[in-house]
Design a protein around this ligand. Structure first.
Ligand SMILES: Cc1cc2nc3c(=O)[nH]c(=O)nc-3n(C[C@H](O)[C@H](O)[C@H](O)COP(=O)(O)OP(=O)(O)OC[C@H]3O[C@@H](n4cnc5c(N)ncnc54)[C@H](O)[C@@H]3O)c2cc1C
Length: 481
């Protein structure tokens, strides 16, 4: 029996496993290797907190690209959502833990043992994969942290983002410092006379803010980031004429920016949200990115990426309102500047910040939480699996060093520039290759397409299930926003 091993059991790995199981026509063993974060849920949907909401409306959170209402239909099976009118259900921002339940329930459906109705089997291995070796026939031997090994014919990397960015003080430890926002920092919450400092002003900062509000914590929260921008709110779109040329991917950065700026101004003039232009671009973003020259990609990252992210990764309107109120009332302050270091000061942690004018400032608090997001450079990764794969020459960093180099059809590219026949990758690891490869609307298509390709390769395509999504179709399916 053929064996496919998937390393990483968050959304991407779980849904790749599910798609392999549901589309396979013959015997297949799928080994889902996952560690650290909860199976199926991963980092994003592993939270147990009710106040941590999805940042995408329920209508666009189906886990499968060939069933647009799959998540909505599943929500209807829950008593809390069964009676909501359809328009309201579609626009709901559901707690992320419920989305995690959804993913686990899909996985559970495909975990049954092999029988005449289910030729494929998913086995879960709760271990960290630390290395992969391929023999001459292409069979992989995956080494696990406990010293055991697993054999597979094909391996899919679905390991998500790199761990959070370590600061210069890599080894900084203090009972008031939390290096990752998803660990349990609740027991460290100081009294209201002390500040809490969040390093970062993105979506994880919003999670911290919401949790502190739910705890009715009355102290002062300070969020620090280079650009000082907080996520924008979702808004109701309007009818707006198509403004992109026939092949927007050929625009190049300069013309693209000119076009976007023109339409942003136009939208501002009529009192509408300029974020509409980013939404309109979304079905084409990956292609545009891939057509950019390296210098254009670098320029985009330097000049526009921060603004892009703020507009693109929005939050539900009521949450945005709560954040804005907290800023107005002085319960939340946003400090703009570069974090240059951390220092212990008794029970407190001091964060050193350099502002744009070059002046240093020190902000101190009883708890400091690092929400600066995943580490951006890949070549000096701290992850043993990737250190080993780089050393073996089985993978190489992409040209921007944001993730790994991945070719067409998800094949990883080795150190000599050759696409692998055995090792594949999906998800945030492809950031440098695709730019937009973070959220469910992108990942569900990848999880299905890679499963189809692996099944094709193993001659296991089910005749009754010859559904294929082409890249063009996928855009239509995925971006029904
Ligand atoms: C806080 C947060 C909220 C988000 N909210 C939304 C949202 O509302 N809507 C949306 O569309 N997107 C959202 N996202 C984006 C999110 O990244 C994706 O939706 C998706 O969850 C990514 O899944 P993944 O499987 O690629 O990565 P992950 O969720 O990171 O899963 C990877 C898994 O692989 C495991 N792993 C890694 N390396 C190894 C190894 N060597 N051995 C074994 N296991 C390993 C990890 O421990 C983890 O369990 C959010 C992201 C975050 C961080």
């Amino acid at each position: 029996m053929k064996k496919v091993a998937i390393i990483g059991g968050g959304f991407s790995g779980t849904m790749a496993a599910v798609n392999l199981a549901r589309l396979s026509s013959g015997p297949l063993c799928i080994q889902l290797i996952n560690d650290k974060y909860p199976l199926g849920r991963g980092v994003a949907y592993g939270t147990r907190r009710e106040e941590h909401l999805l940042n995408v409306a329920a209508r666009n959170m189906s886990a499968v690209p060939d069933h647009a209402n799959h998540f909505l239909d599943w929500l209807r099976t829950r008593v809390d959502y069964s009676d909501l009118p359809d328009p309201q259900l579609r626009e709901t921002y559901v707690p992320r833990r419920i989305y995690g339940d959804y993913l686990r329930s899909i996985l559970a459906t495909y975990m049954q043992p092999i029988d005449s109705h289910h030729p494929a089997e998913i086995q879960v291995i709760e271990q960290e994969a630390i290395d992969i070796e391929f023999n001459f026939e292409g069979t992989a031997e995956i080494s696990l942290k406990d010293g055991s090994t697993i054999e597979a014919d094909r391996v899919l990397l679905a390991t998500g983002n790199q761990p959070p960015c370590p600061l210069a003080e890599d080894a900084f430890t203090h009972h008031g410092y939390c290096a990752e926002p998803w660990t349990n920092w609740m027991e460290k919450i100081p009294g209201p006379a002390e500040n809490i400092i969040v390093m970062g002003t993105g979506l994880s900062m919003i999670d911290v803010f919401l949790t502190l509000s739910e705890q009715d914590w009355q102290g002062h929260l300070i969020a620090i980031s280079h650009n000082g921008m907080i996520p924008q709110a979702h808004f109701r779109g309007i009818e707006y004429p198509d403004f992109l040329p026939e092949e927007p991917e050929n625009l190049g950065l300069e013309h693209l920016v000119q076009l976007l700026e023109k339409h942003c101004r136009q939208l501002q003039r009529i009192g509408e949200n300029p974020g509409i232009v980013v939404d309109r671009l979304r079905p084409h973003t990956q292609k545009i990115w891939q057509k950019f020259e390296l210098a254009e990609k670098q320029e985009f990252l330097k000049r526009y990426a921060a603004r892009w992210n703020v507009i693109r990764h929005r939050i539900a309107q009521p949450i945005h309102q709560r954040v804005t109120e907290a800023i107005t009332e002085g319960r939340l302050s946003v400090v703009r500047g570069r974090i240059t270091g951390l220092e212990a000061d008794g029970d407190r942690v001091c964060v050193n910040v350099l502002n744009r004018a070059g002046d240093s400032q020190q902000v101190s608090g009883g708890l400091v939480i690092n929400c600066t997001g995943p580490k951006s450079g890949f070549s000096d990764t701290s992850v043993p699996l990737f250190q080993n794969l780089l050393q073996r020459g089985l993978i190489r960093p992409d040209e921007l060093d944001m993730g790994i180099d991945v070719g067409a059809d998800f094949a990883t590219i080795d150190a000599e520039g050759n696409p692998s026949e055995f090792l594949f990758a999906i998800g945030p690891l492809m950031k440098g290759t695709l730019w937009e490869t973070t959220a469910v609307p992108e990942l569900r298509g990848q999880a299905m397409r890679v499963a189809q390709l692996l099944l094709d390769d193993a001659d296991l395509v089910s005749p009754g299930h010859d559904y294929r999504i082409s890249v063009e179709e996928e855009h239509v399916i995925e971006y029904y926003i």
